[in-house]
Write a protein that binds this ligand. Sequence first.
Ligand SMILES: CC(C)(COP(=O)(O)OP(=O)(O)OC[C@H]1O[C@@H](n2cnc3c(N)ncnc32)[C@H](O)[C@@H]1OP(=O)(O)O)[C@@H](O)C(=O)NCCC(=O)NCCS
Length: 141
Amino acid sequence: MNGELRPFGPADYDAARALWERTPGVGLSAADERAPLERFLRRNPGLSFVAMRQGELAGTILCGHDGRRGLVHHLVTAPAHRRHGVARALLHAGLAALAAQGIDKCHLLVFRDNPGGIAFWRAVAATERLELSLFSLATGR
Ligand SMILES: CC(C)(COP(=O)(O)OP(=O)(O)OC[C@H]1O[C@@H](n2cnc3c(N)ncnc32)[C@H](O)[C@@H]1OP(=O)(O)O)[C@@H](O)C(=O)NCCC(=O)NCCS
């Protein structure tokens, strides 16, 4: 990738949020509002990154862990910067940061109707877990 990676900081929120909102395949929820996102970054310091190319935000990755498994969210490259290795570089940085915190495996979710996203995960040799189904449950908060 010709560009640079740096940690995702609170000041990146507006540009990142705008990128996520205009990107099909990105699911946004209440967890993506500014305050919960900043709480996520504080709880998972040093694990999330932005890619900068040609003076603009070209991509994002959010990574966190629960002490056992990592989770990758919002690996997104802006259309003008795709197929230049941005997502691969962001993922490499996120995985290295998780590994440095003792985490040996992470999971990620991708919508079934997102062929580009699925092609990316296959290209980086992620294991597709066809034997699993994903369930979600609200906490009641
Ligand atoms: C998926 C996404 C993050 C890839 O970003 P990117 O920066 O273009 O990816 P990279 O340049 O690092 O691609 C690495 C490899 O993945 C594969 N790949 C990436 N996008 C692909 C696509 N649309 N179709 C087929 N293969 C693709 C290729 O093998 C590519 O290597 P190559 O360019 O040398 O052929 C980007 O298309 C995107 O933001 N999509 C919308 C959001 C999304 O789907 N996120 C991931 C799912 S959670």
